[in-house]
Design a protein around this ligand. Sequence first.
Ligand code: IMP
Ligand code: MG
Length: 174
Amino acid sequence: MKELRKKILYPREVIDQRVKELADAISHDLEGKEVVLIGVLKGAFIFLADLARHLKISHSVDFTRLASYGSGLVSSGNITVTKDIETDIEGKEVIIVEDIIDTGITMAFLRERLEKRRPASIRICTLIDKKHRREIAIDADYVGFAVDEGFIVGYGLDFDEKFRCLPDIYVIEE
Ligand code: IMP
Ligand code: MG
């Protein structure tokens, strides 16, 4: 198979610094509250692990997994839940931790689904925000990096299950 060319967008030191800043902002905003981090599998597992370890407030962690049928690279809008959270989030402050928001379809679906369980609040924390690609209006409360274009891999993000565990963030070159 042809080797895909990719170039570094954010090296690990830059990511680490930014994740610390996000954790500080979240710690400041939600001090003294009952906080649940909900990671969206699989892409967010590395980001969530680092974010959680930088938080200065107590919190619990849970995961959900969503599947979107289609090409696999973009959301088709046809989303199903393949793994639900196991935490009762009623009355709690929820932070959805996502790897990347692209069209916004996945995040809008998840937020609406979790809202029905009557949490005190839902915030969205995404490592990467491709804001200009939105098809549904949805904003993240905490954004690691805003990216304009390109397919991003590394630090949890994959291309067909490849590159997920690279410590740096890359963009695939055409
Ligand atoms: P959305 O529903 O279009 O916002 O898509 C979000 C999901 O698509 C993400 O959680 C990723 O799994 C995937 N995705 C979108 N863009 C990228 C990318 O550049 N790299 C890796 N995965 C991506
Ligand atoms: Mg994802």
